[in-house]
Design a protein around this ligand. Structure first.
Ligand SMILES: Nc1ncnc2c1ncn2[C@@H]1O[C@H](COP(=O)(O)OP(=O)(O)OP(=O)(O)O)[C@@H](O)[C@H]1O
Length: 222
């Protein structure tokens, strides 16, 4: 279980402070899809980064099975990250490698670069309709293909926790449906899934809904 307690995030730019998120609390359980809704700039990405061990909050805690990730030693955090799958709004790839090699790099980082997980990655790529672009370089694919490749990379090592930032943005309706099928399967397999979105299509898969408005939580519904 992931528990977020009174999380506030501040950004400091040229000596000025900007509020990314104010006082968010919520719980995310195994076998559930938690969806964080909210308009642009409301703090969804900030919250997801912080849950993903990548952005230290100004206040509050992120607890994985009761352990505050921001109190852990770097070595322990690296271990924990092997069981996290994250895809960002603007995916980044190593441009000199092919899309497939980028996916393999993700498997390598989690210690799972073997036939079993490569097969899983290939199947995910086929389901999401990007099998034919895997040998291309990241700068030779479309924005929607890049999104789907980033999602394959996030899921390939079969992580326990899956964090996807705006996963359906720029996807056509067919690809979004395929993705939803995958998310449902992962839920069945007991994963903790946390998505951010403003896409109403994800309403139907949400077991828990959180709504942010200008950095503030305005509603939680299970
Ligand atoms: N690196 C940064 N430096 C300063 N302020 C930032 C930074 N990143 C985000 N912010 C601010 O924090 C607030 C929340 O941003 P965040 O990206 O978390 O929102 P979001 O809900 O994910 O938006 P979107 O849907 O447009 O991606 C915004 O006011 C934004 O301007």
């Amino acid at each position: 279980m992931i528990k977020v307690e009174n999380l506030s995030i501040l950004y400091r730019v040229n000596g000025r402070e900007f509020l990314g998120l104010k006082n968010f609390s919520g719980e995310f359980m195994e076998g559930e899809i938690g969806v964080i809704f909210g308009p642009s700039g409301s703090g969804k990405t900030s919250l997801l980064l912080s849950i993903g061990t990548l952005l230290r909050p100004a206040e509050g805690r992120v607890l994985y099975d009761g352990v505050d990730v921001y109190s852990l030693l770097e070595k322990k955090v690296r271990e924990l990250r092997k069981n996290l799958g994250i895809s960002f709004q603007e995916p980044t790839f190593v441009n000199v490698l092919s899309v497939w090699e980028n996916i393999e790099l993700g498997l390598y980082a989690s210690g799972r670069l073997n036939e079993e997980f490569k097969k899983r990655a290939r199947e995910l790529a086929e389901t999401l309709g990007i099998a034919q672009i895997l040998n291309k370089k990241p700068n030779e694919i479309s924005g929607g293909e890049a999104r789907r490749a980033a999602i394959v990379r996030a899921l390939a090592h079969d992580p326990r926790t899956i964090l996807l930032d705006e996963p359906t943005a720029y996807l056509d309706a067919g690809s979004a449906e395929k993705l939803i099928e995958i998310l449902r399967e992962e839920r069945e397999r007991g994963k903790i899934l946390i998505l951010t979105t403003h896409d109403p299509v994800l309403e139907k898969v949400a077991d828990r809904r959180f709504t942010l408005q200008y950095g503030m939580p305005v509603g939680t519904e299970t």
